[in-house]
Structures are given as structure tokens and as C-alpha cells.
Design a protein around this ligand. Sequence first.
Ligand SMILES: Cc1cc2nc3c(=O)[nH]c(=O)nc-3n(C[C@H](O)[C@H](O)[C@H](O)COP(=O)(O)OP(=O)(O)OC[C@H]3O[C@@H](n4cnc5c(N)ncnc54)[C@H](O)[C@@H]3O)c2cc1C
Length: 332
Amino acid sequence: MKNTINREQQLAIDAATALKAIARRPDIKMQVEHQPQLYALLQRAAARYVTGEQRANALEVAELLHGEGYAVSLEYIGENTVSRADCQQAAAELMGVLTDLGEQGIGGRVSFDLSHIGLLVDNELALQHVLQLGELSQMYGIELFISMEESAKTAAILAIYRQAVALYPLIGITLQAHLHRTWEDASRLLAQDIRVRFVKGAYEEPDTLALSRSAELDDRYVQLFELAVERGCRISLATYDELLIDRLLLYSWEGAASVELELLYGIRPELAVQLREQSYPVRVYLTYGQEWYLYLCHRIAEYPPNLYQALIDVVGGQEQAPVMQYRLMKPH
Ligand SMILES: Cc1cc2nc3c(=O)[nH]c(=O)nc-3n(C[C@H](O)[C@H](O)[C@H](O)COP(=O)(O)OP(=O)(O)OC[C@H]3O[C@@H](n4cnc5c(N)ncnc54)[C@H](O)[C@@H]3O)c2cc1C
């Protein structure tokens, strides 16, 4: 029995590693893009997690969810962009979505990876883009959230965040509970009204730098939450871990400027509904863009059973638009 479980676990790890590699392989990506039938099939699976290729697709879903009482985050999918022109295009797109959210009165938050807008080209380019976005975010009252990437980038990301938030306070930062350095980073950064999203961490890291999934990691997540509450932060709890969520819900939120649960679109929508129906603030994190293929691979890699769901979606399609899964049964 023990061996079977270990084999299954190993298979899941191997599948996840393979998918992450597939997501990074430009030759496979090109194959997908140049085979309309394959492209269309995979797009069916992606539709569960990605609102569409265009900004308008995301805005449409954002408006529906907003109407149901959810807050939203929007991300234009992309990461590790190496050409200056592509970074500029991505930053321009983020400015467009920020402006649309502001002008259409949907509100919400724009979230992004710094490596999508310049971090791999030159830190100064990424900073300039964040400052431009920060100015717009202040103008429209829309939050901007910086995602956290692998540990090799943490110091650079935090340095850019610190410079930008000093000028534009609507900018928030994501902190990964799994990194050993995070407690110190949080102790230094967290203060009244600082916007922070806590995640466990999505990247493989060595033991010297991070904890793997464990009770110790959950305890650390709770301790970070307690610190952020004490410091009066605006906190997003981005986790699907129900046991952890139950612990966080039991804890007093008094002292925090605000607390919400934040979940990626298409993952555990029933949990989002359940939390909303219990009147907890829930934010749904929407994505859009041409890089949906990369995003689909990530979602499957982080939880290999999603591969079965992807197969079902490819073969059968989805009976209803994924956004319908967020409908509340009880009026809010
Ligand atoms: C809004 C949001 C923003 C994020 N931003 C970042 C970021 O900037 N940087 C970063 O490193 N990570 C980010 N993440 C990912 C995060 O670090 C975790 O990898 C992810 O949330 C899974 O961890 P978990 O806390 O749910 O706990 P886990 O212990 O990994 O999972 C708990 C349980 O949740 C369920 N579950 C987990 N993942 C899935 C899935 N994909 N599909 C279906 N069920 C699942 C399973 O039942 C699992 O047993 C983000 C996550 C969210 C929700």
C-alpha cells in the first residue's frame, strides 16, 4: 500500500515537472499555435481557468462576478519576457486594463509578474513600468498587485516594490509563506494599510530556502497572517487549503484594515460560493491573454488531478460557461 502511494506521488511529481517543462518549451508552444485543431481542443480545457484571449473577455466576466458580490483581480498572462518591446507591449496592456476597470466602474485590482514587464531585461525598465502603472492606479483608485516569482528574483522584486509603494500606496505585494526569508521581509514591510497577499508559494525551492507543504508551513502562514493583522494591513489570503482557511476564519480579524479570501478563477469555485454565502469577502483572480497555454500547463502542474478535468473538458467541452459556477444560491 505504502509503495503504491509513493509511486502515485512520484508520478504526480514527474507529471508536474514534465508539464512545467512543456510550458517553457517554445517548440511545443509553436506546434500548438500552428495546429488549429489541437489549439482549439486545448483552448477548451483552458476555458475553465482563462476568461479568453482578449481584455474584453476578462472585463465581461469581471462585471458578472462584480454583480454577484465578488471583488476581482485581473491578470494579463505572461512572465519571463526577454524582449524590451514585448515588455513595453505588456505594460501598455496592463495600463489599458487598469484604465478600463477604472472607467467602467468595475473597480478591482490589476495583478502582474514583474518579469512580464521588464525584470529580465533590466530592473530599471521594470521599475519605470511599475511607476507608470502606479500613477494610473492612483488616478483611478485601482489597486496594483505584484506577484512573487521564484526565490532568485525575490530581492529584486521587493526592492522595486519598496520604491514604488513609497510613491503609490495602492500597490500591493505577494509574499510566499514557504520561503524562510519571508518572516524577516514581512517584519520589515508590513505596516498600517499595506496591501499584502499571502500565498504558500508555487515554485520548487531547495530546503535551504523554503519549506515544502507541511503543518509547519501552515503554522508559518498563520503567523504571517497574525503579524499582518497586528500591523493593520489590507490582507488577501490566497489559498484553497480548507483546513488552513478554517483556522484563519477562527482568528480575530480585528486590527486588520481588511481581510479577504482570494482564489484563482476556475479553481474550487464551490469554495468561493460557500465563503460568499457565509458573507466572507471573496476576490476572484481572472486571467486573459494569448499565453493561456502557459497558464493551463501551470494549473495542471500545480495539481496534477486537474489533468483529468482537462481531458474531460477537451472531450466533452463544458456544459455551462465557467463563470456560472460562481452564482450564489442564497441572495447576498
Ligand atoms: C490568487 C492567487 C495568487 C497567487 N499568486 C502567487 C504568486 O504570486 N506567487 C506564488 O508563488 N504563488 C502564487 N499563488 C499560488 C500559491 O502559492 C499556491 O501554489 C496555490 O495557492 C496552492 O497552494 P494552497 O495554498 O492552496 O495549498 P496546497 O497545500 O498546495 O493545496 C491545498 C489543497 O487545495 C487544493 N488545490 C491546490 N491547488 C489546486 C489547483 N490548482 N486545483 C484544484 N485544487 C487545488 C487541493 O485540494 C490541495 O490539497 C497564488 C494563488 C492564488 C490563489
